[in-house]
Write a protein that binds this ligand. Structure first.
Ligand code: LLP
Length: 417
């Protein structure tokens, strides 16, 4: 459940009228509900209340400092995939003892930074990464805590671009090779094995693939223990899906129950890296209609938000619900919602039954809290949108809209020109 709803005909975020924010901040902007963020974080966290666990929120889904601060206040950690995400997490006050570092391509300077901050563990994805991490930690006189990310070869039944646990994917170490790799890790002087990690994909709408992966990882943990390699943490990644349209993903409680049932005999601390399930439906993208026009075949609503603001529809053909900020009672018409970018792939919605929007009307793209702003770009030299957080009856801009000056920041025209 989220806190975006209509009072009479007007869309509200908690107790603030969305139009009021638009009047003050301009468009487009991402809008997040504080109450929804808390509710979704707690729903996930409470699902594992009966077992030792850490919710290391996946920063890539929404990395605004205010969002990160909120989750750290609720006891959350962070799943990071770059030095930049570590910088954000530390700046927001996340406890480094709850930070896990995933990703297939960690650089040496990023490893050094994470070792300096003394993060909980590196989720190592290859043999060469282990060697390099051992080397970097040695130079710093430290021991790096690691989990190996295991690729269990399980089909998450989601979009191919966001499947990560199949053998044709670049992620992790094949589960069959994991035992050998653990032995290698155990032989390295500056590596301390603490865990096993596995993340099979994103926007999963069934529990079964998670359990299939867990079964494979569990067998590995039991084997490791038999061979004297102790495992304290089992990181099961993120991936739980949300409702964009008519998907019916399991509630975190159902997911939690199934996982606890399967993992309880292992007696270790579970780590999770949820992103979308916490922030996805806690945010919307608000945009103004610039023009409407009727093509030979289609009706177009030209909005001031585009694929550079919300890439998901263009990139994955994803469905994102579009609603009016002020409802009217006129009959719906089938339209495409498009942006100003010079590409036919620039759309937010296609062939939708929508109210007949007019110039100047506001629309809201729902479920834009995850992989919205974080995937936005400056393509077509468009400034990136503002981000706003509502709490009760008040709101704060948590990221200013960029300016033209920001667009050229760091660029230089050399003397020879
Ligand atoms: N952990 C790891 C190692 C990940 O790669 C991801 C997401 C997560 C956790 C969080 O997954 P979540 O709980 O949010 O499903 N841009 C795509 C999604 C890419 C997901 C990448 N990895 C989209 O907009 O659908």
């Amino acid at each position: 459940m989220h806190h975006f709803s209509y009072k009479e005909d007007d869309l509200y975020c908690e107790d603030v009228e969305v139009k009021k924010i638009s009047d003050e901040v301009g468009t487009p902007f991402f809008l997040y509900s504080h109450a929804t963020l808390i509710r979704h974080f707690e729903a996930f966290d409470h699902a594992f209340a009966e077992v030792p666990h850490i919710v290391s929120y996946s920063v890539k889904a929404n990395s605004n400092l205010a969002v990160l601060r909120l989750f750290s206040q609720l006891g959350g950690g962070a799943d990071i995939v770059s030095g930049g995400e570590l910088f954000r997490a530390i700046k927001a006050g996340v406890d480094p003892g709850k930070i896990v570092y995933s990703g297939v391509g960690k650089r040496e300077d990023e490893m050094e930074y994470a070792l300096k901050e003394d993060i909980l563990m590196f989720n190592v994805e290859s043999h060469q990464e282990l060697e390099r991490l051992n080397c970097v930690a040695g130079k710093m006189g430290k021991k790096a805590r690691v989990a190996l990310r295991v690729n269990p070869d399980v089909d998450p039944k989601t979009h191919p671009y966001i499947s990560t646990g199949l053998k044709q994917n670049k992620f992790g170490i094949p589960v069959r090779e994991a035992l050998n790799e653990y032995h290698f890790a155990a032989s390295l002087e500056n590596i301390q094995i603490v865990g096993v990690d596995c993340h099979i994909g994103s926007q999963l709408t069934q529990v079964q693939p998670f359990i299939d992966a867990l079964k494979k990882v569990k067998a590995l943990i039991l084997e490791l223990r038999e061979e004297g390699i102790d495992i304290k943490y089992l990181d099961l990644g993120g991936g739980l899906g949300i409702t964009y349209d008519e998907e019916a993903p399991p509630h975190p409680t159902e997911y939690g129950k199934a996982i606890i049932e399967e993992a309880k005999e292992l007696d270790l601390t579970l780590v999770f890296e949820p992103g979308r399930v916490i922030v996805g439906n806690a945010g919307i993208l608000v945009s103004k209609v610039l023009y409407t026009k009727r093509g030979e075949e289609k009706n177009f609503i030209i909005a001031d938000a585009a694929m550079n603001d919300l890439a998901r529809p263009s990139l994955y053909g994803s469905y994102q619900k579009v609603v009016p900020v002020r409802k009217n009672k006129e009959p719906m018409i089938v339209s495409d919602v498009v942006g100003p970018i010079c590409e036919s792939g620039d759309f937010l919605a296609k062939d939708r039954e929508l109210p007949p929007f007019k110039q100047g009307d506001l629309l809201a793209v729902m479920s834009a809290g995850a992989y919205g702003f974080t995937m936005s770009s400056n393509y077509n030299s468009r400034v990136r949108a503002a981000e706003v957080m509502v709490k009760g009856d008040s709101f704060e801009v948590i990221r200013d809209r960029e300016t033209f000056k920001d667009l050229v920041n760091g660029e230089r025209i050399p003397d020879f020109l």
